[in-house]
Design a protein around this ligand. Structure first.
Ligand code: AMP
Length: 223
């Protein structure tokens, strides 16, 4: 089972992605997390990517596309959930070409829809657990409020991501996401058109609901 998930930063994409990953036992391949691992490990790729990420810019396609396609073939050989990629039309087309060339199916494309304003507020409240980035913690969302200053799931220490607290960087990321001409929504609609031709299935979710309601909506639409 191979699945792509789209949603603006702040839409709960990581949380829903984790559920999908568990349901089908998929490799969760997150381009942003791969970059953070490289930066943490001080690799050459990490050094090249760091400045772009801190500014909220996309890392150039020459670095990102081969990195993600390689990870799909290695970590994703038994099924994947791809999150954070593609972010623009070029990436969308390259991914589709690579899937065709590898004779890999794209079973579902999920789009979580959320207004830009709401997404921004949610990002600013997001906290990261040192034990697991997918433990949901957000100081502005009641059902997933941290336990004091500790992770609500495992009690781990929490931190913020530098790019989550920088409004200019958030705006830049959302400019890219909500761009329906060449940005991430353009990439999502590229797959929506493929779904209209019967080449994949496209699931649209309303991101304003609770985690539980979005989850139920999603699971009812997945086979
Ligand atoms: P994320 O964790 O998905 O918010 O990604 C963090 C940062 O990594 C983004 O703001 C970009 O700078 C970079 N990044 C992640 N995915 C991509 C991608 N598909 N293309 C280019 N840059 C990316």
């Amino acid at each position: 089972m191979n699945i792509l998930i789209f949603g603006p930063n702040g839409s709960g994409k990581g949380t829903q992605g984790e559920l999908v990953k568990q349901k089908y036992n998929l490799a969760h391949i997150e381009s942003g997390a791969i970059f953070r691992e490289h930066i943490g490990g001080g690799t050459e790729l990490g050094k090249k990517a760091k400045a772009f990420i801190e500014r909220g810019d996309l890392v150039p396609d020459e670095i990102t596309i081969p990195m993600v396609l390689d990870t799909l073939k290695t970590k994703g050989a038994n099924g994947w959930l791809l999150d954070g990629f593609p972010r623009n039309m070029v990436q969308a087309e390259k991914l589709w070409d690579a899937l065709q060339a590898a004779d890999m199916k794209l079973d579902y494309v999920i789009e979580i829809k959320l207004a830009r304003e709401i997404a921004r507020n949610r990002i600013m409240g997001r906290r990261l657990c040192k034990n697991n980035n997918n433990h949901p913690n957000n100081i502005f969302i009641d059902p997933i409020k941290p336990n004091g200053d500790k992770c609500r799931v495992c009690g781990g220490d929490l931190s913020t991501r530098a790019d989550d607290q920088d409004e200019a960087a958030i705006n830049k990321r959302h400019d890219i996401y909500y761009d329906t001409n060449t940005g991430t929504l353009a990439a999502a609609y590229y797959y929506k058109n493929l779904a209209a031709e019967g080449k994949t299935k496209y699931i649209e979710l309303n991101g304003e609901g609770s985690i539980e309601s979005i989850k139920n909506d999603l699971l009812s639409q997945l086979a």
